[in-house]
Design a binder for this molecule. Structure first.
Ligand code: XIL
Length: 453
């Protein structure tokens, strides 16, 4: 008797079909157990499901509840763009980018950086530059921003929207393009040097199907791979109406065949066949092993940049739409597993209890705090420790945890290797700072495991 089965590393519902017509052959098919959130459903095949986040909405509890429940990847909608991060030449402002990054990391999500260089949303000072002055300002921008976020970004959109619409298949005219055709590879090289662990992506729109523009991008990526220019991924924005083009999957596949990952980076779908459109997009990505994840461009219809088109998965009140259900079902239906297998842990609610205590090594004007996290009577998969720092005290460094900020109330989240703590056992992390941490009394809560990065 022949047994055909697909091995899965998760609980599987096994349905057996005795196919009489095949004589003695027993066909066993498996499908993933139905996950109930987008992030958990995507994680079953090693993918992520992400959303764009606006810093100004992090105080909206409906928004944050959906964000924390459903999504495993976050893109800053505007806060990491050039005009936001370098409003004056050489003066960098990471306040809102960091808020989004820390909210994501401390809730077990990863972050796509968006976008280092783009012809739009440039600060006024850069728009006024040209030639070698602009080139060096642009490369310095890439270096500074990628260095600031070094080690914390899953993938960067290094260059956004550099190809022309229409049939030319060539570059878009822009101040950056006028500095020389090699500006894109110079940006990728600078990004690699600044953050060697981030995947480096080229991101564009109207490149979803096979057309002159996407073929232009394809030719550039093939050339970069042949010449050793560092590039790891291609982002298809996928701002769509009704659904993807018929050759969407074939287009994803041809990029994957060049040896880069493909990510759907800004998905939103207007029009009356939206629900079908979302499931078609999901199925196409799931069918290509190197299509590693999907990001929607906002949470609720009212959060969308496409005002009035209602192109997202949740309505203005935060209710799940038909498009949500069709997406979740398509993710749960399974597909190819990304290379390396399911590397992400689906968001879980966290279980168990924990306590935290601090051992302080103070001196005049500074201190080192070592915090011991101890699991209660059941094991931890992850943990969060909150410390209320007195005013005037600033964290200057830390190890074995990720802090949400450097002053005031700081939440510390486990890193990949110390989130799992057996019942009754302990792990340590620490931080140093200026000022005083006298009388610090940290509190601990069990949390979801952070995703492997
Ligand atoms: C959009 C934002 O959603 C808007 O808030 C902003 O006003 C303009 O930019 N392609 C991109 C994104 O790469 O950065 C754009 O985001 C949407 C199109």
């Amino acid at each position: 008797m022949n047994l055909t089965s697909r091995s899965v590393s998760r609980t599987a519902i096994v349905s057996t079909v005795l196919a009489a017509s095949l004589g003695a052959t027993l066909i066993v098919t498996t499908s993933a157990s139905a996950a109930t959130t987008l992030g958990a459903a995507a994680a079953q095949t090693g993918r992520y499901y992400g959303t764009a986040v606006a810093a100004g909405k992090l105080g909206d509890s409906t928004y944050v509840n959906i964000l924390n429940r459903e999504f495993s990847m976050v893109t800053a909608e505007n806060e990491m763009k050039w005009d936001a991060t370098e409003p004056n030449r050489g003066q960098f402002n990471y306040t809102n980018g960091d808020r989004i990054l820390n909210q994501a990391l401390s809730n077990g999500k990863r972050v796509r950086g968006h976008a280092l260089l783009w012809h739009q949303q440039q600060p006024g000072w850069a728009r006024g530059l040209s030639g070698s002055d602009l080139r060096s300002a642009a490369i310095n921008h890439v270096t500074q921003v990628a260095s600031h976020y070094r080690g914390k970004i899953y993938a960067w959109d290094v260059v956004n929207e550099a190809f022309a619409d229409g049939g030319s298949g060539g570059r878009r005219d822009s101040n950056l393009q006028r500095t020389g055709n090699d500006w894109i590879e110079a940006a990728f090289r600078a990004a690699r040097a600044a953050d060697p662990n981030a995947k480096l992506c080229y991101n564009d729109y109207n490149t979803d199907g096979i057309n002159a523009k996407s073929t232009g991008v394809y030719t550039m990526v093939r050339d970069f791979k042949a010449r050793g220019v560092p590039i790891d991924c291609v982002g298809l924005q996928s701002h769509l109406t009704n659904g993807p083009p018929g050759d969407y999957q074939a287009n994803i596949q041809r990029f994957a065949d060049l040896g880069v990952d493909v990510q759907i980076t800004e998905l939103d779908i207007a029009g009356s066949s939206q629900a079908n459109g979302f499931s078609s997009v999901t199925r196409a990505c799931m069918a290509v092993a190197r299509c590693t994840g999907i990001t929607v461009w906002g949470i609720r219809d009212t959060d969308s940049w496409r005002t009035g088109e209602n192109p997202l998965l949740f309505d203005g009140s935060g209710n799940k739409k038909a498009a949500y259900t069709s997406t979740l079902n398509a993710l749960n239906a399974g597909g190819t597993t990304v290379p390396g297998g399911p590397t992400t842990t689906p968001p879980d609610p966290g279980s168990g209890s924990c306590t935290a205590s601090v051992s302080l090594n103070p001196w005049t004007g500074g201190f080192v705090a070592t915090v011991t996290v101890t699991a209660g009577s059941s094991a931890l998969t992850g943990w969060r420790v909150t410390t209320a720092l007195p005013s005037g005290t600033t964290v200057t460094g830390s190890w074995s945890a990720v802090g949400s900020g450097t002053t005031g109330t700081v939440t510390w989240t486990n890193v990949d290797y110390n989130g799992a703590v057996a019942a009754g056992r302990s792990t340590e992390f620490g931080f140093q700072g200026s000022g005083s941490a006298e009388g610090l009394s940290p509190t601990c809560t069990a949390a979801a495991a952070r995703e492997a990065r």
